[in-house]
Design a protein around this ligand. Sequence first.
Ligand code: BTN
Length: 328
Amino acid sequence: MKATVEEICRLFAFGAGCIEAEEMKGLVALRGWGMVEQALDYLKRIGFSFKAERGDLLLLSTGPDITPEAIHARTHTREFGRGIHHFSEVDSTNSQAKALAEEACAEGTLVVSETQTKGRGRMDRKWFSPPGKGLWFSIILRPTIDPSETASLTLLTAVSLAESIAGTCEVTPLISWPNDLLLSGRKFAGILAEAAITDKVCKYVIMGVGVNVNIAEGSFPAELAQSSTSLLIETGKTQDRALLLGAFLSIFEEHYLNYIASLTSLTELLADKETLRGLWVEVVLPPKEGETVVGKVLGYGQDGSLHLQDENGRVHHFTVGSARLLPS
Ligand code: BTN
């Protein structure tokens, strides 16, 4: 039935919400009426509604917009997002993905949830994940790289996310090293990479991504209100989460495979992106968050490091920490 459900979603997507009578006949001839009926019943159960008109099938509402079927219909990949674990609520998609990775789940498996009760950010921060308003997901990666290179995977993810957002939402985010995306100087997306390394070998990396998609102004908790934004706030439009996720998976798989095969240079990918280059930042170093270095960003290393020149002219290369943009 899964293939029939996917086919129906694809036909609706291509027909802008309408499956014409001829297309429906073709589908019935291919799959059989029983299977098509079962697939339509399933779609109704998960919140879709339709109306038949002169043999055409009109889509009235799609219910949750990030069903596995909707994601598949918008994803052009070989592996990424082919296996999807979709939840209405989880503690953290990173924790779920980690459990799956330990059970030998395939590379590219996607864990996505409508909300998270214990969404995690970097440096032990909580991640605000309200139901249905964002993209909260994790991908299992099994990269054949040196563990020291995992930092570059975070930047590769940030580049892929920035490209998919530019393509689907028509805004250009600033990549704030190493894992944030900003619009109007405020954060709307973050990345949490968690690697399992044994005997200096990278077993897997869980790449967790959080994007504030359709969070309305005034809906952030007080402590985030000043520093956070969303795609809805910045574009003034409700954004299609499945379209954005599909675009991200497609772009990320391509960059990732090229990177693993040494066909992509991270510094080249960053060259034409909006980044911190030339801007003044404060780099906060873990674990003591009090330790900081202020300077102007010179650029990035192939290993994902940030190159910065401090006020005394000294050049620093950071592989850990996080940069905060200073007011110009
Ligand atoms: C950060 O900016 O500090 C990173 C935020 C990462 C949040 C995402 S939401 C999906 C995934 N699951 C988590 O618990 N965290 C990441």
